[in-house]
Design a protein around this ligand. Sequence first.
Ligand code: GAL
Length: 984
Amino acid sequence: MPAHPSGSPAAGPHLTYYEDFSPGHGALPPRAWVPASDAARLSLNGLWWFRLSPTATAEDTAFTRPDFDASRWDILAVPGHWVLGGHGAPAYTNVRYPFPVDPPRVPTENPTGDHRHTFALPEDWPAGGETVLRFDGVESCARIWLNGREVGVFKGSRLPAEYPVGHLLRRRGNVLAVRVHQWSSASYLEDQDMWWLPGVFRDVTLLHRPAGCVADFFVHAGWDHSTGEGTLRVDAPSGGRVTVPELGVDVAVGETVTVPAEPWSAEVPRLYEAVLTGAGERVPFRVGFRTVAVEDGVLKVNGRRILFRGVNRHEFHPEHGRALDLGTMREDLLLMKRHNVNAVRTSHYPPHPAFLDLCDELGLWVVDECDLETHGFAEDGWAGNPVDDDRWTPALLDRAARMVERDKNHPSVLVWSLGNECGTGRALTAMARWIRERDPDRPLHYEGDRTCADTDLYSRMYAPHAEVERIGRREEEPLDDPALDARRRAMPFLLCEYAHAMGNGPGGLAEYQRLFETHERLQGGFVWEWIDHGIARRTPDGRRWFAYGGDFGEELHDGNFVCDGLLFPDRTPSPGLVEYKKVVEPVRIEGDPVAGTVRVTNRHDVADLSHLRFTWSYEVDGVAAARGDLDVPPLAAGGTTELKLPLPAAADGAGEAFWQVRAVLARDTPWAPAGHEVAWGQWPAADRPGSLRTAPDPERPHRPRHAEGGVVLLGPGTFDAATGELRLLDGFALAGPRLDVWRAPTDNDLGAPWQSDPRHGLLWREAGLHRMRHRVDGVVAGDDALTVTTRVAPAAGSLGLRTVYRWTADGDRLHLAVAVTPEGRWTLPLPRLGVRLGLCGTLTRAEWFGGGPGEAYPDTRAASRVGLHTASVDALQTPYVRPQENGARADVRRVRLRREDGTGVAIEGGPPFWFTARRWTSEELDAAAHTCDLVPGDTLWVNLDHALHGIGSQSCGPGVLPRHRLEAAPASFGFTFTTLGESR
Ligand code: GAL
């Protein structure tokens, strides 16, 4: 047996440091994060020597000696994860531990990364005082040596630890050696749904702590909405003075001062520059005055109810994993602010500390969550759950303390969260007790205990709309214990996770928002989740794609469940984020076409409307015929006003008209320039409703006639006389339109294995909707129409769709009327109902008048605006990390598909239709596992749908709401086809 690193046997009562219950050792008490002070600091980030061993004990600790020769080792960037730096591979599981559950023991196969870094102190590094070595994050356990002497053991991956090292430091030639184990006892506490990514993934810093330094400080800054005054007290064991020059404040540490001040909020993040001067250190910090409280069953900030328009944010970068640079953190926040997101839950661990500075500065409400999840124990009914086992309690309390102490001075942090999905247990209660005592000014959150015994907020994840509505009325199912029930019923409610943004979706956001805006108790939620954790890879020919679980050969994995964000891995907003932006917009703009008025409602929590400029436009067929500014008074938060719109230009001629009113930023802000759109409303004008122009001119009916070659000619169309299928349209070859009900199931169609409701994506396939057969029952060339009667049905069942295609023409326009009658007992909805046709692949550009610019489905269509849109066919595709149905455009009146030379095909619909075009079939889309599997063919496949089934959120949450289901029912719809010459 190899020598054991700690000298104790690998088995038996003496557990090694990486397998014991301890939270690590050697670290100083945790303290507040200080981005900068006048004390010296030295970043040790950079390129380090690195060696990977397959087990924790394979190599001895000779590498920790200063004279060890590591020059044959590899080089690794710190911060970083070695599995993303060419050593080993990432692995993804959601709930299940990827090792036998035998706490606190871990497998012998325990990838272990030895790191070495040599550094000198800067010339001006001060003498005297202490120096600490700080690690901001290491996964999952590290043993640390400086100049050959052991400094301590780090656990608690996403939390900082500081070790006193002054006595070990030299001017130059310092050798820092760090041994990192992928698996440790701490891994049992870190079973968050994400990639397992070992390494020193956050900053490593050397900090001088001068004599008389500010050891720690706690800023208490409340705001009284009845007086408009802020109250400030800064506690610091080491004493000192606090100044806030802008407020004329100059007080001793521990002294309370009350002054007129502006409050801090996510909408108006007013910060005051302050300085804490201790005997030996000057620490600048920022004060945001705000008071958070639960009052009358409502969560309030500065006396006002707030509504979380939130997201759950994991730290993720497609190349760097959880090693995020400042630019990426800022980019996340800018994207959030620009999409009307006002809150972040730091699922499921405290983020890099600099992220919270940015939240203070840019304005976000934050639920700061502890680095804790033991979900894998649920697999065995929570047997052995660490949060209910006293041996683990010190480690859990250590985590609570390290979060609270590090983050306590951020005004953005409103709520502490104990962790995620840990079941229930005594240690959670102990954590809650400790946090309340240390910081009584912030409410506590934890979702995993339905009794809410330790929390101040009632929180749930993925509750369906109907249940959320009952909770909103405080009419939820009672708890067994009447006292706990009464306590919980008096609590504010939030959805700490909802609207699972996996693949296409989430659907049903607008309906949730309506509930949040109706019931005071419902204080919003946090969409799951912010970003897809897809890891960037390249095909041999250089095309980029994103990997998910299983792509690295993991024997246990949860596939693409790791890609469930509102951003694609490269941070491109997905249609889900665009939808969310619209649904949560802080100004509601609604028109009354008959009265010619617009109602503007200020749905901000705090801000009035003076930061916005309003414009109106009157658009005919998607082109602004008139526009101007709209004078909206600076309504206070919660206010509503009704304004008269100007009289539109005289109705001259045809065209469908819409009113649009937009609210844009009046001035530059730190997160978006002036002119950035915040909210909008669009509604049809009463004086010019849409008129359907698709019916052929009854005055000029054409008569179908049989011609040579087994064809029927009708207007610009040439049909196969035997099948009735359209083959040519004025010279354009076609795979004729025929009924199509299939879509490549979305992640939400497929649902999650644990869902008890029907999972339609599976039922569709079982029913054979992906392999429908088309039986031709009749092709009749009548006096004024070609009528093709068919039955479309899958093998092995009696379900069918009787489908009649009636073709008419009036010269150069060819019209198709489709009538569908279901046969048999349809108990499942249809994925889609429409026709699919194949056109020449040289048609690469689409122009349409209808909903856009982005994708929309029945329950994800809030952001779709009727207008004149253009896009290349390639740009119509939404690159979901796992390919699936995507790209439909809603409410399309007409679409033109053109070649480069301008020639093409035009299609009009009556009634408006859903338009989808792609260079592969739905079947190819369905078969693809990654975007790089999709290879364009020679045909442009176009779906013209009368109706689509909704999207829902069943990949983790509720399915499609009844009103968005596409039931099989008799339907008729039609399209008119023409060709476009170069000049048209
Ligand atoms: C929740 C969990 C998240 C994530 C999500 C599904 O149960 O808290 O971490 O796994 O489900 O994506």
